[in-house]
Design a protein around this ligand. Sequence first.
Ligand code: UD1
Ligand code: CA
Length: 457
Amino acid sequence: MSTRYAIILAAGKGTRMKSKLYKVLHPVCGKPMVQHVVDQVSKLNINEIVTIIGHGAEKVKEQLGNKSKYALQEEQLGTAHAVMQAKEILAGKEGVTIVVCGDTPLIKAETMEALFQHHEETNAKATILTANAEDPTGYGRIIRNTEGFVERIVEHKDATEEERTVKEINTGTYCFDNIALFEALQYVSNDNVQGEFYLPDVIEILKNQDNKVSAYQSKEFEETIGVNDRVALAEAERIMRKRINEFHMRNGVTIIDPLNTYIGPDVEIGQDTTIYPGSVIIGKTVIGTGCQIGPNSEIKDCQIAMNTVIRQSVAHSSIIGSYVNIGPFAHIRPDSNIHDEVKIGNFVEIKKTDFGKGSKASHLSYIGDAEVGSGVNIGCGSITVNYDGKNKYLTKIEDDVFIGCNSNLVAPVTIGRGAYIAAGSTITEDVPADALSVARARQVNKENYVEKLKLKK
Ligand code: UD1
Ligand code: CA
């Protein structure tokens, strides 16, 4: 196998997106398009990945981090000009370079690997990944000679009526002999309808120099769609969603309604977990076996163990144990650690809280900046008063505490192990272990007082 390089084209503004967000940063299933491409390319044993950046350069760099090297294309003069910017990093190196557009988020590593293989087996100087499109409008067309060999690529805008009837399109992914690529780039001109330096022109240049160019046809067009506008973005989203959901279903996950279930590409889900409709599960979420998620739950960057139920709830950046029951209508905010066998019921908000094994907050509570031990029962309507308008303070509730309904725990405060808090208390001082704390006005019953009031009137 020869040394491999990759160039990812991501400098364009994406005018047709009509967006403030640079095109390649638009997410597909929650992940920016260019990140999809780089993640797939990264699976291919590539020596150096160079991403061409221009519009939104800093943002693209921030997104991709050190997964790639970068070359800046200050003015977007076309795809050939973009590739040329990688010259300083790649020119003169022996090997094969794959060029991929940052706006083709569905391209799979396997397909690119097959393209590399085909390129090497046929000993070509350039190999184009092509596909047959039912509606090829907008794509470059593959022009073959009478023997069926590729001659050149013509852009839609430059094509004659006859050329436009060709359904075989340029997917924008190619393998090149690296030396031949940079050599040929010098001869690309911008004498075309768009006044741009087209990378596809390299094919004709190499061909005219008697080099072998070949084409490898991708099995499905869907995988290679280029996203130039929001209609194509929605199409990419639909295809990616289907791909992701089918992957999980084949792995033993039940998805009740795959068309209405939104799972990110990096999510992991264990066997016999069921996902109900309307659920959005994204980021680096990992869900164990035997869980029930949804309907209508939103989960981002969470680690969830086994046999846990999360109904109609939101959970972000938190760890959730096994046999936990959350919802309906609960909100688990970042940095929470919900231990095994916990119950978080309706209208309960948990924030930055360690919530111990078997503890319960079944209804209408806010527990923030807290450490809750195991076996704790937090009564309906109880609240950690964690904020004085300036700073946040910790509430510690030790094991086996029982908090009566509608209590305020004014932090910083510690409720000792096994203590009871009477309903309606506002606790401002620490409560020792095993104590009963009552912090509310005593009840006064004024007998027959109503009658007196009425008489006064
Ligand atoms: C390109 C191909 C077309 C192919 C299609 C596949 C050219 C001239 N045409 O067309 O044959 O069918 O992709 O999707 O290559 N970019 C830069 N710098 C530039 C211009 C573009 O980095 O100066 C980047 C863009 O950010 C984008 C990619 O290159 O990620 C492709 O550019 P785009 O303008 O989308 O090309 P298409 O018109 O789709
Ligand atoms: Ca495109």
